[in-house]
Every structure is written in C-alpha cells, then in structure tokens.
Write a protein that binds this ligand. Structure first.
Ligand SMILES: [Zn+2]
Ligand SMILES: [Zn+2]
Ligand SMILES: [Zn+2]
Length: 348
C-alpha cells in the first residue's frame, strides 16, 4: 500500500498538539493469532473480603450499605482534600513553585455484583451508571471552587486497579489538570482559527475515510484515533456537538451505555481475557467560563499489545524522546472491527 502503512513516520495529534512516531515496518510479519488461555472473569457475585461489596466494611472503618444499584462514597484515602492548607514557602526562587491543590475524590460502584465488569453488564444496567456520572458532574462541577471533574476507571491489575469489583472514580479539582487543559487550548485555537469544532471536523474526516472506525450507533462513534499511542487506543466521540454529560438527551445516555458496553466486549474478545484499560471522559471544564470549543468524548488507553499477557511499555525512546508504536492505527481498528460483540464468557 502507501508509505503510511509501511514506512516510519510521525503523526500529529491535534487534540494534544503533540507527535507520535509510527514504525509499521517492524510488524510486517503476518499476525500469529496468538491469544492467551481464556481467562475466566470473577466468578463470585459476593466477596466477603471486598471493600466495595454491599454491606462490607471498608478500610477506613465505614460500612457500605446493602446497595442494590449504583453506590458512591468519598474515597477513604483521597488524593485530594477539600481543605488543604497552602504549601509552605518553597525558598524564594521563582523556579521553586508550588500551589494549593484542593479537590474531592469519590468512588462509584457500578453494580452490587462483584463478578461483573463494564463488558459483562447489560445496557439497561449501565444506564444508571451514566446517570450517576452525570449527577456527579453536575453536583461537583456546580461547587464554585471546583474547576474540573475527571471521571475515569482503571480496569485490571495491569493498570494498577486494586479491586476487581465494577467501579470507577471521580476526582474533582480546583484547577484544570494538564490533559484537559492541553485539549482546551487545542480546541479553542482550532475554533478561533477555522470557526469549526476540532472533533466535529475530525469525526467527519474519519467517517469519510472509514479505515479507523470500529462501530457507530445512532449517537456515538468508536474509532482508533489516527494519532493513537497505545496499541488498541480508542476514542469514543459523540456524533452531535456537545460539551458535557448533562447535555446528553435520554436517548443519547442510552446510546453511550450501549457504546461503552460494545467497546468493552470487543476488547475482552480480542485476547479472550478481561481486558485491562484506563477509560475516562473528557468534557467541558467546570470553571466559570463558557466552552463552545469543547466536544465530549471518552478515551480508552489499554496496555495490551499481542496477547493477554504481552503488554506495551512506555520506556527508552518513549520516556526520553516521544511515544512510538509498531502496529498502525488502521491495523488495530481492523482487528477491533473483526472482534465479536458477543462476550466470550457469557453470563448465566
Ligand atoms: Zn466486591
Ligand atoms: Zn464538536
Ligand atoms: Zn480527550
């Protein structure tokens, strides 16, 4: 084919305004179809040792209620606190800067059943999770001192998740963190320069090209971004221009639940394992400004490369130079398109 599928090149990420090095010639050997042994998901619906299961005691001493739907609480070991004193004097040099950092960190259990994951929950079970994310975004973002609400999930021990119980986190901060700040800058500049939304324009280009699209439903599109760094990185984009969860209609909330589930099933089926990832939403900051430039989306950053056990590492040139990948975004999209939407390990 063309050079982009065969020769080393750099690709521009307009959302972060950074480059990624692509080295497709390193993987021209045919795919071996290597998969690990089928890894059974958790089988117990209730684990007496799990600090997230209904009725159990948490490390901080509090007991969970016998919850039946979603359940949230303030993280017992929160990374940010609502009342932290300003940092001490750092020594007078302008190069030694520190600023106060306040926030609220919450944990959201998606379901009382310990054995479930996003991939093995139904759309009807996921809709209340979407509703809870929306309510938390509104509540936390509505506080006058909170500027950003970051909703995310770490899935799997490989991503440092300490507990397999289906849950995610919601960290809200009195500043806009670096990643959404970079995307705010990029989207603002694109809007000012062209009069168009960056991601509306990008989605139109991807739908026209087709090579990196995985699937669409009525309101969302899942694709491997042109500039993907992680082997099977995915961007889930709303097809309508909107900035944040509260702007979703009821139908769009259902469509988001559907798209998240279908994407997670495809991931699990790829290597017949409970696929690890960090997933999270990027949306309008909750500062006092209006954000016409912001286009709601989710990122999936999964570490796996070739099998249930072979992962990508960000080391060497990637730590010192820039991110690099071997399989192309087009190749990854092709494999995710081919993956089934029927989970390899069905629920009984
Ligand atoms: Zn549990
Ligand atoms: Zn847009
Ligand atoms: Zn983003």
């Amino acid at each position: 084919m063309d050079n982009i599928s065969q020769s080393p090149h750099r690709r521009w990420n307009p959302l972060r305004q950074s480059w990624v090095l692509v080295s497709p010639h390193r993987t021209q050997r045919p795919w071996q179809g290597e998969v690990g042994q089928k890894a059974a998901p958790q089988v117990v619906a209730y684990d007496p040792a799990c600090y997230l299961c209904p009725g159990n005691q948490r490390a901080g001493g509090a007991a969970n209620p016998a919850y039946e739907g979603v359940f949230s609480f303030v993280n017992d070991y929160a990374a940010l606190l609502p009342d932290s004193p300003p940092p001490h004097d750092t020594g007078g040099s302008p190069l030694l800067q520190a600023k106060p950092a306040r926030g609220i960190c919450k944990v959201l259990c998606y379901h009382p059943d310990h054995s479930l994951t996003l991939a093995r929950m139904t759309q009807a079970e996921l809709r209340p999770v979407v509703d809870a994310w929306t309510a938390h975004y509104e509540e936390l973002g509505g506080l006058d001192w909170i500027e950003y609400v970051q909703i995310f999930e770490n899935r799997g021990a490989m991503m440092g998740a300490s507990n397999p119980h289906p849950h995610g986190q919601i960290w809200s901060t009195d500043f806009v963190p670096d990643e959404p700040a970079a995307e705010t800058k990029a989207q603002s500049e694109h809007l000012a320069l062209t009069g168009c939304c960056l991601l509306c324009e990008y989605l139109a280009a991807e739908r026209a090209a087709g090579a990196r699209l995985i699937f669409e439903n009525e309101h969302f599109a899942a694709l491997v971004p042109f500039w993907a760094v992680w082997p099977f990185e995915v961007l889930l984009v709303s097809r309508r221009h909107l900035g944040a969860l509260p702007e979703l209609t009821g139908d769009e909330r259902d469509a988001l639940a559907d798209a998240l589930r279908r994407m997670a099933v495809r991931f699990d089926n790829l290597f017949e394992t409970s696929f690890p990832y960090t997933m999270g939403f990027h949306q309008s900051p909750s500062d006092q400004a209006t954000h016409p430039e912001w286009h709601f989306h989710a990122h999936f950053y999964p570490p796996l490369l070739r099998s249930a056990t072979v992962r990508k590492f960000m080391v060497g040139f990637e730590m010192l130079g820039m991110p690099q990948r071997d399989i192309t975004a087009e190749g990854a999209a092709e494999r995710l398109r081919a993956a089934s939407e029927v989970h390899f390990w069905p629920r009984i």
